[in-house]
Design a protein around this ligand. Structure first.
Ligand code: PHE
Length: 387
Protein backbone atom coordinates (compact mmCIF):
# COMPACT_ATOMS: atom_id res chain seq x y z
CA UNK A 1 0.00 0.00 0.00
CA UNK A 2 3.06 2.23 -0.43
CA UNK A 3 1.26 3.99 -3.29
CA UNK A 4 -1.10 5.66 -0.80
CA UNK A 5 1.76 7.65 0.65
CA UNK A 6 2.35 9.51 -2.55
CA UNK A 7 -1.01 11.24 -2.92
CA UNK A 8 -0.84 12.36 0.68
CA UNK A 9 2.59 13.84 0.20
CA UNK A 10 1.43 15.52 -2.96
CA UNK A 11 -1.60 16.98 -1.22
CA UNK A 12 0.54 18.29 1.61
CA UNK A 13 3.04 19.87 -0.78
CA UNK A 14 0.31 21.41 -2.89
CA UNK A 15 -1.43 22.82 0.11
CA UNK A 16 1.82 24.17 1.50
CA UNK A 17 2.23 26.12 -1.72
CA UNK A 18 -1.37 27.32 -1.58
CA UNK A 19 -0.91 28.19 2.07
CA UNK A 20 2.12 30.31 1.29
CA UNK A 21 0.25 32.08 -1.50
CA UNK A 22 -2.55 32.87 0.92
CA UNK A 23 -0.12 34.04 3.57
CA UNK A 24 -0.61 37.69 2.66
CA UNK A 25 -4.26 37.73 3.66
CA UNK A 26 -3.65 36.39 7.17
CA UNK A 27 -5.54 38.45 9.69
CA UNK A 28 -6.27 38.16 13.39
CA UNK A 29 -8.73 40.75 14.60
CA UNK A 30 -7.90 42.21 17.97
CA UNK A 31 -11.03 41.51 19.99
CA UNK A 32 -11.25 37.72 19.67
CA UNK A 33 -8.85 34.81 19.73
CA UNK A 34 -9.44 32.65 16.69
CA UNK A 35 -8.98 28.91 17.18
CA UNK A 36 -9.35 26.50 14.26
CA UNK A 37 -10.81 23.02 14.44
CA UNK A 38 -10.92 20.37 11.73
CA UNK A 39 -13.10 17.31 12.12
CA UNK A 40 -14.90 14.57 10.19
CA UNK A 41 -18.36 16.07 10.69
CA UNK A 42 -19.71 14.07 7.75
CA UNK A 43 -18.64 10.95 5.86
CA UNK A 44 -17.35 7.56 6.95
CA UNK A 45 -16.20 8.55 10.46
CA UNK A 46 -18.82 11.21 11.13
CA UNK A 47 -19.58 10.15 14.69
CA UNK A 48 -15.90 10.74 15.56
CA UNK A 49 -15.96 14.28 14.24
CA UNK A 50 -19.35 15.18 15.68
CA UNK A 51 -18.46 13.92 19.17
CA UNK A 52 -15.07 15.58 19.17
CA UNK A 53 -16.57 18.84 17.92
CA UNK A 54 -19.31 18.85 20.55
CA UNK A 55 -16.79 18.33 23.37
CA UNK A 56 -14.57 21.08 21.96
CA UNK A 57 -17.51 23.46 21.53
CA UNK A 58 -18.72 22.88 25.08
CA UNK A 59 -15.27 23.78 26.42
CA UNK A 60 -15.11 26.97 24.34
CA UNK A 61 -18.61 28.00 25.43
CA UNK A 62 -17.69 27.46 29.08
CA UNK A 63 -14.46 29.39 28.69
CA UNK A 64 -16.26 32.30 27.03
CA UNK A 65 -19.02 32.31 29.66
CA UNK A 66 -16.26 32.67 32.27
CA UNK A 67 -14.85 35.71 30.46
CA UNK A 68 -12.66 34.10 27.79
CA UNK A 69 -8.88 34.07 27.77
CA UNK A 70 -6.56 37.10 28.16
CA UNK A 71 -9.71 39.21 28.37
CA UNK A 72 -10.86 38.10 24.91
CA UNK A 73 -13.55 35.72 23.71
CA UNK A 74 -12.46 32.64 21.82
CA UNK A 75 -13.94 32.20 18.37
CA UNK A 76 -13.99 28.56 17.25
CA UNK A 77 -13.79 28.13 13.49
CA UNK A 78 -14.72 24.59 12.55
CA UNK A 79 -14.07 22.95 9.19
CA UNK A 80 -15.49 19.61 8.03
CA UNK A 81 -12.88 17.41 6.33
CA UNK A 82 -15.59 14.99 5.17
CA UNK A 83 -13.61 11.97 6.57
CA UNK A 84 -11.66 12.17 3.32
CA UNK A 85 -7.96 11.88 2.58
CA UNK A 86 -6.67 15.15 1.13
CA UNK A 87 -9.40 17.28 2.65
CA UNK A 88 -7.72 17.72 6.04
CA UNK A 89 -4.74 19.49 4.44
CA UNK A 90 -7.03 21.77 2.45
CA UNK A 91 -9.17 22.89 5.36
CA UNK A 92 -6.26 23.37 7.76
CA UNK A 93 -4.51 25.53 5.21
CA UNK A 94 -7.66 27.60 4.90
CA UNK A 95 -7.90 28.01 8.67
CA UNK A 96 -4.31 29.17 8.93
CA UNK A 97 -3.90 31.37 5.86
CA UNK A 98 -7.42 32.67 5.27
CA UNK A 99 -8.72 32.89 8.84
CA UNK A 100 -5.48 33.49 10.73
CA UNK A 101 -6.20 31.08 13.59
CA UNK A 102 -3.65 31.01 16.41
CA UNK A 103 -3.91 27.25 17.02
CA UNK A 104 -5.51 24.17 15.53
CA UNK A 105 -7.54 21.50 17.35
CA UNK A 106 -7.91 18.14 15.60
CA UNK A 107 -8.19 15.50 14.29
CA UNK A 108 -9.54 12.28 15.76
CA UNK A 109 -8.21 9.96 13.03
CA UNK A 110 -4.43 9.61 12.87
CA UNK A 111 -4.19 9.65 9.07
CA UNK A 112 -5.90 13.04 8.92
CA UNK A 113 -3.83 14.45 11.80
CA UNK A 114 -0.74 13.28 9.92
CA UNK A 115 -1.91 15.16 6.87
CA UNK A 116 -2.39 18.45 8.71
CA UNK A 117 0.56 18.30 11.10
CA UNK A 118 3.30 19.30 8.58
CA UNK A 119 1.24 22.35 7.62
CA UNK A 120 0.85 23.47 11.24
CA UNK A 121 4.54 22.80 11.87
CA UNK A 122 5.65 24.82 8.86
CA UNK A 123 3.44 27.76 9.85
CA UNK A 124 4.49 27.49 13.52
CA UNK A 125 0.86 27.12 14.57
CA UNK A 126 0.43 24.81 17.57
CA UNK A 127 -1.77 21.81 16.78
CA UNK A 128 -3.38 19.64 19.45
CA UNK A 129 -4.90 16.36 18.41
CA UNK A 130 -7.48 15.30 20.95
CA UNK A 131 -7.40 11.62 20.15
CA UNK A 132 -5.03 10.54 17.37
CA UNK A 133 -2.99 7.74 18.87
CA UNK A 134 -0.41 6.92 16.18
CA UNK A 135 3.09 7.89 17.44
CA UNK A 136 4.05 9.53 14.13
CA UNK A 137 1.55 12.37 14.65
CA UNK A 138 3.59 14.27 17.25
CA UNK A 139 6.88 13.10 15.72
CA UNK A 140 6.07 15.49 12.85
CA UNK A 141 7.55 18.37 14.84
CA UNK A 142 7.70 20.43 18.01
CA UNK A 143 4.44 22.33 17.36
CA UNK A 144 2.37 19.13 17.36
CA UNK A 145 0.77 17.87 20.59
CA UNK A 146 -1.86 15.41 21.71
CA UNK A 147 -3.84 14.93 24.93
CA UNK A 148 -4.30 11.15 24.69
CA UNK A 149 -2.18 8.02 25.06
CA UNK A 150 -0.37 6.49 22.08
CA UNK A 151 -0.75 3.12 20.34
CA UNK A 152 2.37 1.37 21.65
CA UNK A 153 0.53 1.53 24.99
CA UNK A 154 -2.92 0.71 23.59
CA UNK A 155 -1.49 -2.24 21.59
CA UNK A 156 0.19 -3.65 24.69
CA UNK A 157 -2.99 -3.20 26.74
CA UNK A 158 -5.01 -5.17 24.18
CA UNK A 159 -2.36 -7.89 23.81
CA UNK A 160 -2.41 -8.42 27.58
CA UNK A 161 -6.19 -8.30 27.55
CA UNK A 162 -6.25 -11.06 24.91
CA UNK A 163 -3.79 -13.23 26.83
CA UNK A 164 -5.09 -12.67 30.35
CA UNK A 165 -8.81 -11.86 30.14
CA UNK A 166 -9.80 -13.68 26.94
CA UNK A 167 -7.25 -16.43 27.70
CA UNK A 168 -6.47 -16.47 24.00
CA UNK A 169 -3.06 -17.76 22.88
CA UNK A 170 -3.56 -17.99 19.11
CA UNK A 171 -4.63 -14.68 17.62
CA UNK A 172 -5.65 -13.47 14.20
CA UNK A 173 -5.02 -9.81 13.28
CA UNK A 174 -7.19 -8.14 10.64
CA UNK A 175 -5.77 -4.74 9.62
CA UNK A 176 -7.09 -1.76 7.62
CA UNK A 177 -4.09 -1.00 5.40
CA UNK A 178 -5.57 2.35 4.38
CA UNK A 179 -5.27 3.67 7.92
CA UNK A 180 -2.06 4.69 9.73
CA UNK A 181 -3.89 4.12 12.99
CA UNK A 182 -4.81 0.55 12.10
CA UNK A 183 -1.37 -0.40 10.79
CA UNK A 184 0.34 1.03 13.87
CA UNK A 185 -2.01 -0.53 16.36
CA UNK A 186 -1.69 -3.95 14.64
CA UNK A 187 2.10 -3.70 14.86
CA UNK A 188 2.16 -2.78 18.56
CA UNK A 189 -0.44 -5.42 19.36
CA UNK A 190 1.71 -8.11 17.71
CA UNK A 191 4.79 -6.93 19.62
CA UNK A 192 2.87 -7.05 22.90
CA UNK A 193 1.54 -10.49 22.06
CA UNK A 194 5.00 -11.84 21.26
CA UNK A 195 6.34 -10.41 24.53
CA UNK A 196 3.54 -12.15 26.45
CA UNK A 197 4.03 -15.54 24.77
CA UNK A 198 1.04 -15.39 22.39
CA UNK A 199 1.09 -16.37 18.76
CA UNK A 200 -0.25 -14.78 15.59
CA UNK A 201 -1.81 -17.55 13.48
CA UNK A 202 -3.30 -15.36 10.75
CA UNK A 203 -2.67 -11.85 9.47
CA UNK A 204 -5.09 -10.44 6.91
CA UNK A 205 -5.68 -6.99 5.41
CA UNK A 206 -8.68 -4.96 4.31
CA UNK A 207 -9.23 -1.45 2.95
CA UNK A 208 -11.35 0.87 5.09
CA UNK A 209 -14.73 1.27 3.38
CA UNK A 210 -14.78 -2.30 2.00
CA UNK A 211 -18.14 -4.01 2.24
CA UNK A 212 -17.22 -7.67 1.79
CA UNK A 213 -14.73 -9.22 4.21
CA UNK A 214 -15.71 -12.85 3.66
CA UNK A 215 -12.60 -14.02 1.78
CA UNK A 216 -10.27 -12.82 4.55
CA UNK A 217 -12.60 -14.04 7.32
CA UNK A 218 -12.68 -17.49 5.70
CA UNK A 219 -8.88 -17.57 5.78
CA UNK A 220 -8.94 -16.42 9.40
CA UNK A 221 -11.42 -19.14 10.32
CA UNK A 222 -9.22 -21.78 8.66
CA UNK A 223 -6.32 -20.74 10.92
CA UNK A 224 -8.48 -21.58 13.96
CA UNK A 225 -7.64 -18.61 16.20
CA UNK A 226 -8.87 -18.21 19.79
CA UNK A 227 -9.80 -14.58 19.09
CA UNK A 228 -9.50 -11.95 16.34
CA UNK A 229 -8.04 -8.47 16.83
CA UNK A 230 -9.57 -5.89 14.46
CA UNK A 231 -7.77 -2.55 14.85
CA UNK A 232 -10.16 -0.66 12.59
CA UNK A 233 -12.92 1.95 12.69
CA UNK A 234 -16.49 1.26 13.72
CA UNK A 235 -18.27 0.86 10.36
CA UNK A 236 -15.79 -1.72 9.08
CA UNK A 237 -15.57 -3.40 12.50
CA UNK A 238 -19.37 -3.80 12.69
CA UNK A 239 -19.55 -5.34 9.21
CA UNK A 240 -16.62 -7.63 10.05
CA UNK A 241 -18.43 -8.85 13.21
CA UNK A 242 -21.61 -9.53 11.20
CA UNK A 243 -19.83 -11.44 8.45
CA UNK A 244 -17.70 -13.39 10.94
CA UNK A 245 -20.93 -14.66 12.58
CA UNK A 246 -22.39 -15.53 9.19
CA UNK A 247 -19.32 -17.65 8.45
CA UNK A 248 -19.54 -19.41 11.80
CA UNK A 249 -16.39 -17.79 13.15
CA UNK A 250 -17.59 -17.91 16.73
CA UNK A 251 -14.62 -16.55 18.65
CA UNK A 252 -14.38 -13.12 20.29
CA UNK A 253 -13.54 -10.19 18.03
CA UNK A 254 -12.07 -7.15 19.75
CA UNK A 255 -10.55 -3.82 18.84
CA UNK A 256 -9.14 -0.49 19.97
CA UNK A 257 -10.60 2.99 20.35
CA UNK A 258 -11.63 3.06 16.68
CA UNK A 259 -14.60 0.87 17.61
CA UNK A 260 -16.15 3.52 19.79
CA UNK A 261 -19.29 4.76 18.10
CA UNK A 262 -22.98 4.21 18.64
CA UNK A 263 -22.96 3.19 14.97
CA UNK A 264 -20.97 0.07 15.93
CA UNK A 265 -24.11 -1.10 17.72
CA UNK A 266 -26.59 0.33 15.20
CA UNK A 267 -24.89 -1.51 12.35
CA UNK A 268 -23.56 -4.58 14.16
CA UNK A 269 -26.57 -5.24 16.44
CA UNK A 270 -26.33 -8.69 18.05
CA UNK A 271 -23.20 -9.52 16.04
CA UNK A 272 -21.17 -7.08 18.18
CA UNK A 273 -22.63 -8.22 21.52
CA UNK A 274 -20.05 -9.71 23.86
CA UNK A 275 -17.15 -8.06 22.08
CA UNK A 276 -14.61 -5.74 23.72
CA UNK A 277 -12.54 -2.70 22.85
CA UNK A 278 -10.15 -0.31 24.54
CA UNK A 279 -10.67 3.43 24.67
CA UNK A 280 -9.86 6.60 26.63
CA UNK A 281 -12.91 7.37 28.72
CA UNK A 282 -16.35 6.24 29.85
CA UNK A 283 -18.98 8.50 31.43
CA UNK A 284 -19.20 6.09 34.39
CA UNK A 285 -15.63 6.95 35.37
CA UNK A 286 -16.24 8.89 38.55
CA UNK A 287 -14.30 12.07 39.06
CA UNK A 288 -15.83 15.46 39.89
CA UNK A 289 -14.61 16.92 36.58
CA UNK A 290 -16.09 14.04 34.61
CA UNK A 291 -19.43 14.22 36.44
CA UNK A 292 -19.86 17.92 35.74
CA UNK A 293 -18.85 17.37 32.12
CA UNK A 294 -21.39 14.54 31.64
CA UNK A 295 -24.17 16.70 33.12
CA UNK A 296 -23.35 19.76 31.05
CA UNK A 297 -22.88 17.75 27.87
CA UNK A 298 -26.24 16.02 28.31
CA UNK A 299 -27.91 19.38 28.80
CA UNK A 300 -26.27 20.84 25.73
CA UNK A 301 -26.46 17.99 23.19
CA UNK A 302 -29.26 15.65 22.14
CA UNK A 303 -29.49 12.32 20.33
CA UNK A 304 -31.45 12.23 17.08
CA UNK A 305 -34.54 11.08 19.05
CA UNK A 306 -34.29 14.17 21.29
CA UNK A 307 -33.01 12.34 24.38
CA UNK A 308 -29.97 13.74 26.24
CA UNK A 309 -26.74 12.58 24.61
CA UNK A 310 -24.04 10.96 26.73
CA UNK A 311 -20.47 11.95 25.88
CA UNK A 312 -17.96 9.41 24.56
CA UNK A 313 -14.15 9.39 24.59
CA UNK A 314 -13.82 11.71 21.62
CA UNK A 315 -16.13 14.27 23.23
CA UNK A 316 -14.18 14.13 26.48
CA UNK A 317 -10.82 14.44 24.74
CA UNK A 318 -12.11 17.23 22.50
CA UNK A 319 -13.13 19.10 25.66
CA UNK A 320 -9.74 18.54 27.28
CA UNK A 321 -7.85 19.60 24.16
CA UNK A 322 -9.60 22.99 24.12
CA UNK A 323 -9.10 23.48 27.88
CA UNK A 324 -5.39 22.73 27.59
CA UNK A 325 -5.00 25.19 24.75
CA UNK A 326 -6.76 27.88 26.79
CA UNK A 327 -4.48 27.16 29.75
CA UNK A 328 -1.40 27.43 27.54
CA UNK A 329 -2.54 30.76 26.05
CA UNK A 330 -3.16 32.04 29.59
CA UNK A 331 0.29 30.95 30.73
CA UNK A 332 1.93 32.37 27.62
CA UNK A 333 0.10 35.68 28.14
CA UNK A 334 -0.04 35.99 24.35
CA UNK A 335 -1.25 34.08 21.29
CA UNK A 336 2.22 34.06 19.72
CA UNK A 337 2.68 30.58 18.25
CA UNK A 338 6.15 29.94 19.67
CA UNK A 339 5.18 31.08 23.17
CA UNK A 340 1.94 29.07 23.19
CA UNK A 341 3.94 26.06 22.00
CA UNK A 342 6.38 26.50 24.89
CA UNK A 343 3.52 26.81 27.37
CA UNK A 344 1.86 23.67 25.99
CA UNK A 345 5.11 21.77 26.41
CA UNK A 346 5.18 22.80 30.07
CA UNK A 347 1.72 21.45 31.00
CA UNK A 348 1.94 19.08 33.97
CA UNK A 349 -0.85 17.36 35.92
CA UNK A 350 -3.57 19.52 34.47
CA UNK A 351 -6.89 18.25 35.74
CA UNK A 352 -9.37 17.41 33.00
CA UNK A 353 -12.33 15.23 32.16
CA UNK A 354 -10.12 12.33 31.03
CA UNK A 355 -7.83 12.58 34.06
CA UNK A 356 -4.65 14.52 34.59
CA UNK A 357 -2.73 15.58 31.49
CA UNK A 358 1.03 15.84 31.54
CA UNK A 359 2.67 16.65 28.22
CA UNK A 360 5.84 14.58 28.01
CA UNK A 361 9.05 15.32 26.07
CA UNK A 362 7.51 13.76 22.94
CA UNK A 363 4.45 16.05 23.30
CA UNK A 364 2.21 13.07 24.08
CA UNK A 365 0.09 12.49 27.17
CA UNK A 366 0.40 9.44 29.40
CA UNK A 367 -3.06 8.29 30.44
CA UNK A 368 -4.85 5.11 31.45
CA UNK A 369 -6.94 3.11 28.96
CA UNK A 370 -10.40 1.76 29.72
CA UNK A 371 -11.81 -1.51 28.40
CA UNK A 372 -15.47 -1.55 27.39
CA UNK A 373 -17.79 -4.47 26.66
CA UNK A 374 -20.72 -4.34 24.25
CA UNK A 375 -23.66 -5.63 26.24
CA UNK A 376 -27.42 -5.21 25.74
CA UNK A 377 -26.85 -2.62 23.04
CA UNK A 378 -24.62 -0.47 25.25
CA UNK A 379 -20.97 0.04 26.09
CA UNK A 380 -20.33 -1.23 29.62
CA UNK A 381 -17.29 -0.15 31.57
CA UNK A 382 -15.10 -3.17 32.43
CA UNK A 383 -11.76 -1.94 33.78
CA UNK A 384 -9.14 0.80 33.73
CA UNK A 385 -5.56 -0.08 32.83
CA UNK A 386 -2.86 2.33 33.89
CA UNK A 387 0.41 2.77 32.00
N1 PHE B 1 -7.15 6.79 17.98
C1 PHE B 1 -7.80 6.80 16.71
C2 PHE B 1 -6.82 7.21 15.62
O1 PHE B 1 -5.73 7.58 15.93
C3 PHE B 1 -9.01 7.67 16.68
C4 PHE B 1 -10.00 7.51 17.80
C5 PHE B 1 -9.82 8.15 19.00
C6 PHE B 1 -11.11 6.72 17.64
C7 PHE B 1 -10.73 7.99 20.06
C8 PHE B 1 -12.01 6.56 18.67
C9 PHE B 1 -11.81 7.19 19.89
O2 PHE B 1 -7.09 7.21 14.45
Amino acid sequence: MKNLRFPRLLVVLLSLVLGLVGFGCKKQSGDVIKVGEFASLTGKEATFGVSSHEGTLLAIEELNAAGGVLGKKIELLTEDDLSKAGEAATVVNKLISRDGVVAILGEVASSRSLEAAPICQLNKIPMISPSSTNPKVTETGDFIFRVCFIDPFQGTVMANFALKTLKAKKLAVFTDVKSDYSKGLAKYFKEGLAAGGGQVVAELDFNGGDKDFKAQLTAIKAANPDAVFVPGYYTDAALICIQAKQLGLNVPLFGGDGWESEDLIKIGKEAVEGNYFSTHYHPDVSSPRSKAFVENYKKRFKNTDGSPKAPDAMAALGYDSAMILAEAIKRAGTTDGQKVRDALASIKDLDGVTGKTTINEKRDATKPAVILLVKDGQFKYVETISP
